[in-house]
Design a protein around this ligand. Structure first.
Ligand SMILES: [Zn+2]
Length: 322
């Protein structure tokens, strides 16, 4: 539908151009035939999309990457609300995200947050708490474009029901306020984190369940997912020398928060995080390069979820009513 609309606009423009007849270039007016299709890959400052061109040189673009599937020009203003717990507020993920976006020319980005330590998503729906009240009031009085939603880090892997029900209810609230929800996939605890064993989980299984749940429910509910957890998995596996975790082995280091911010940037704007200008002072240029590549691969590459987990949660999400 989006494509048709864009094509309609493009055709209308072309007819107007052809109709004025003052081209003077000796070219015969003709009906455009946009039969050449070029995939434009996301790059620094370039939003991924598909370009359709006519032999006369006229063209239009659609199929934009990014959370909305539309062009995200830098001269527009964008407003974000972050809902989550310490995986969001440690190192102020919203500030890192804003810095990354600003460095790429998005100078009108506003960020806001409601966060509560150790909390799952459902607290933001509970208006008997100050957190639920804050969310209700903010959504009613401010106009956000996007709302990031992050569930308690172990919770989805242990019990998906609460996550699913909260995501459904929050999506309703967020879309009623004319904003768009985005799921923020967190990461597996480091393999030597005692919390894992305490919950009968291992690193690999924690990652697989978490990623599979976010992907399955994101697809089911048509909510874009920022796969920070997948980017963590890539970097921790290939570059364990980059410490993504804080000393408690589950919260993010500054490198970890930056990695999540890069994923958010690529997910929202459809532009590659490779080569972004901003990097926090705690991250070296060499590390930033690795983190940016991993964020790119996590957002635009193949899913890292194994079939057994994908099938398990696909089945669950198909049986669940939304
Ligand atoms: Zn043409």
């Amino acid at each position: 539908m989006k494509g048709k609309l864009v094509m309609g606009i493009a055709l209308a423009c072309c007819l107007a151009l052809c109709g004025c007849g003052g081209g003077g270039g000796g070219e015969e007016p003709h009906e455009h035939n946009y039969d050449k299709t070029t995939v434009i890959a996301p790059a620094k400052g370039v939003q991924g999309c598909v370009e359709h061109s006519c032999s006369c040189g006229d063209s239009y673009r659609d199929g934009y990457l990014g959370a909305l599937g539309v062009e995200m020009p830098t001269n527009k203003s964008y407003s974000f609300l972050f809902l989550g717990n310490s995986f969001t507020f440690v190192n102020e993920l919203w500030t890192q995200f804003k810095n990354v976006a600003r460095g790429e020319g998005y100078t009108n980005v506003a960020v806001d947050q409601v966060t509560k330590a150790t909390s799952p998503l459902d607290v933001f729906l509970d208006t008997s708490t100050i957190y639920g009240q804050a969310v209700a009031e903010k959504l009613a009085t401010k106009s956000y474009d996007f709302v990031f939603m992050q569930d308690k880090c172990l919770a989805p892997a242990l019990d998906w029901h609460s996550f699913y029900n909260s995501a459904v209810a929050l999506k309703k609230l967020v879309t009623e306020s004319d904003a768009h929800p985005v799921l923020y996939m967190t990461w597996a605890y480091r393999e030597d984190c005692p919390e894992l064993a305490a919950n009968n989980l291992e690193y690999e299984e924690h990652f697989q369940r978490m990623a599979a749940i976010y992907e399955a429910f994101g697809e089911k509910l048509s909510i874009p997912v920022s796969p920070a957890g997948a980017a963590f998995y890539i970097v921790h596996g290939e570059h364990p020398e980059i410490e993504l975790y804080s000393p408690d082995k589950y919260h993010p280091s500054m490198a970890g928060t930056y990695l999540a911010a890069l994923c958010h940037y690529a997910t929202i704007f459809g532009k590659s995080p490779i080569g972004v200008t901003y990097m926090p002072s705690a991250v070296t240029a060499e590390q930033a390069k690795i983190l940016q590549q991993a964020a790119h691969d996590a957002v635009y590459g193949e899913s890292l979820v194994k079939d057994e987990y994908r099938n398990e949660y696909k089945e669950i999400s198909q049986q669940t009513n939304s």
